[in-house]
Design a protein around this ligand. Structure first.
Ligand SMILES: Cc1cc2nc3c(=O)[nH]c(=O)nc-3n(C[C@H](O)[C@H](O)[C@H](O)COP(=O)(O)O)c2cc1C
Length: 177
């Protein structure tokens, strides 16, 4: 079985740290986390099981040139995926955001990535309850769940590790089967 690919975008490094934490917890079944702006489409597509992470930047946007990043990120990768067939791939998404400063766009990037992967046929797993967060609106919500794991390192950093642990236990059976 190939290793679980872990790919992240980041501005100030928090998402990278969470990606590294996830990789460490998964152990040898996971590949080392890779910045999505420093890889090739072929390397990304080489994995059938993926964990992808992103902060939300701008006003509910993916990281990339339009949010002021000096290197490519998810904003630049997604158009490259336009013709890709992701059926057969299982993808779990985590996202970092700030629920107090951006209560109307909290972790929107999870929703943007979710829609892009689903549209290309991927099986997206890892929904996470909205209970315990305080925000007004998010593209990442469907009913009473986020479409991936929401992490707020600004206001709920103390909860992050237990959230990551519980989420990994939830997605492991789906990623490892
Ligand atoms: C300019 C700017 C815009 C942001 N916009 C949002 C947003 O729309 N929604 C949100 O949940 N968080 C938003 N954030 C918060 C970031 O997602 C948060 O700081 C995150 O931890 C950054 O992760 P990184 O260190 O991997 O870049 C914004 C932060 C900055 C600096």
């Amino acid at each position: 079985m190939d290793k679980i690919g872990i790919f992240f975008g980041t501005d100030t490094g928090r998402t990278r740290l969470v990606a590294k934490q996830i990789a460490k917890k998964l152990g040898e079944v996971a590949a080392a986390p890779v910045n999505i702006g420093r890889t090739t489409l072929a390397d990304f597509l080489a994995h059938d099981r993926l964990i992808v992470g992103s902060p939300t930047l701008g006003e509910g946007e993916l990281p990339g040139e339009s949010t002021g990043l000096s290197q490519p990120s998810w904003e630049e990768l997604l158009p490259q995926l336009a013709d890709a067939d992701l059926s057969g791939k299982t993808v779990a998404i985590f996202g970092l955001g700030d629920q107090q400063k951006y209560p109307d766009e909290f972790v929107d990037a999870i929703g943007i990535l979710h829609d892009a992967f689903v549209a290309r046929g991927a099986n997206v797993v890892g929904r996470w309850p909205v209970a315990g967060y305080e925000f007004k609106a998010s593209r990442a919500v469907d009913g009473d769940h986020f479409l991936g794991l929401a992490i707020d390192q600004h206001h709920q950093a103390m909860l992050s590790e237990s959230r990551i642990d519980a989420w990994l236990e939830q997605i492991k059976p789906e990623l490892l089967r």
